[in-house]
Design a protein around this ligand. Structure first.
Ligand code: CAA
Length: 384
């Protein structure tokens, strides 16, 4: 037999999981209910993650980061989400916002921004969607016009995760309206740039501790060298980014589902009806078995996709979409069943499973609805 592990997580990754879980149990989970109740950004969770380099673990070592590979980053996000889905958007959106730079920016731009995120000086959000350009991202109308040594941006972005909290924004804008998706470019915009402002926080079903706001660009003048990659390559960069980060949404879904399953298991062993723990009833056992089975299938697909993300495999587009779609559907089912297992108690805010069910829903929607994921998968299958 060869002396390598066959089909199991490397020991390093198990070590990372144990470290994140310990921090999250002690310093993130205690703030989850309050972040949800009050709709406030969990700064204490950010500080805890920042202190351990788990706030943006994917930033490469050469830019001052922890240099976690895609699988390790997914595990970090999964473990944070198990404790608090809103907090898991700290590492997840930092990856989403910076991935366009990592994939396509000039060395100078990378050197200017990535170390700041690694050092925890600011988070990075991703501005693709607009009020009239959601699934059809290429129909965006935010405009960037060249003016000497500057670009001038005008437009509105919607559904921007961590907007207002983030210092930095990757903004996709039309630079050549005639060229449709080939006329879109990507830029770095700073919160402090004149002309940047934010809408009121959206009133959402879940992930209430992570602000979602509109971002307005009113004649925002930025230096020309803040373009990410070549003019006209922004849409491809946006799509390549999502290929990688759909894996992180899958990981977030896994974590939310694991949190709900863990809670349902312990409750089922404690709660007595008809003179015995409800876990002794076969009907409930079948539910728990299905929850565990779906979760593990989702986990295997997500980790396979993370491996492809790390290696940059050609079939990442397919696997990223499949993992995100499968894991988020599984999370919705598992969290809904967890509420069912707790019965009336599960329906109240005295227990965390209703929060987990509300938090799971967004994973079927953002970074492309699960209908869009199926379009992406089918196109890849048909291409052969
Ligand atoms: N990698 C590289 N290039 C890609 C690509 C990929 N994965 N996917 C598409 N492209 C390229 C194509 O090759 C094509 O290039 P050429 O013109 O040079 O041939 C170009 O992009 C246009 O591609 P399509 O014709 O396939 O584009 P489309 O308009 O039909 O759209 C889509 C395809 C899959 C529906 C896409 O629009 C999409 O993914 N929509 C969903 C958007 C989305 O996920 N939004 C979420 C925003 S992030 C978020 O949720 C906010 C948050 O904060 C969490």
């Amino acid at each position: 037999m060869a002396d390598f592990d066959v089909y199991r997580l490397p020991e390093d990754h198990e070590t990372i999981r144990a470290a994140v879980r310990e921090i999250c149990d002690a310093r993130v989970a205690p703030h989850a209910a309050e972040a949800d109740e009050t709709g406030t950004f969990p700064k204490a969770s950010y500080d805890a993650l920042r202190a351990s380099d788990f706030h943006a673990p994917h930033i490469p070592v050469e830019y001052g980061g922890a240099g976690a590979d895609a699988l390790a980053t997914a595990i970090v996000i999964e473990e944070v989400a198990r404790a608090c889905a809103s907090s898991s958007l700290i590492p997840a959106v930092n990856k989403l916002g910076t991935m366009p730079l990592i994939l396509a920016a000039s060395e100078d731009l990378k050197q200017r921004y990535l170390p700041k995120v690694a050092a925890g000086e600011g988070m990075f959000s991703y501005c693709l969607s607009e009020p009239e350009a959601g699934s059809d991202a290429a129909s965006m109308t935010t405009r960037a016009v060249r003016d000497g040594d500057h670009w001038v941006l005008n437009g509105v972005k919607r559904w921007i995760t961590n907007a207002g909290e983030s210092e930095y924004y990757t903004v996709f804008a039309v630079t050549d309206p005639a060229a449709r998706s080939r006329g879109i470019s990507a830029f770095v915009v700073e919160k402090s740039d004149a002309g940047v402002s934010f809408g009121a926080p959206e009133k959402k079903l879940g992930i209430k501790g992570s602000p979602t706001r509109e971002v307005y660009f009113d004649n925002v003048r930025i230096p020309a060298d803040r373009i990410i990659g070549a003019e006209g390559t922004g849409f491809a960069t946006a799509m390549q980014t999502l290929d990688h980060t759909r894996v992180t949404i899958a990981a977030q879904a896994l974590g939310i589902a694991q949190g709900a399953l863990d809670f349902a298991l312990s409750y089922a062993k404690e709660r007595k009806q008809f003179g015995k723990p409800i876990a002794d009833f076969q009907g409930l056992q079948f539910m728990l078995a299905d929850m565990g089975m779906k979760l593990e299938a989702a986990r295997q697909l997500t980790y396979a996709a993370a491996g492809k993300s790390e290696r940059g495999d050609a079939d990442l587009t397919y696997f990223g979409a499949a993992a995100k779609c499968f894991a988020s559907d599984a999370a919705m089912e598992i969290t809904t069943d967890a509420v069912q297992i707790l019965g009336g108690y599960g329906y109240t805010r005295d227990y965390p499973v209703e929060r987990m069910m509300r938090d799971a829903k967004i994973t079927q929607i953002y970074e492309g609805t699960n209908q869009v994921q199926r379009i992406v998968m089918a196109r890849q299958l048909l291409k052969g």
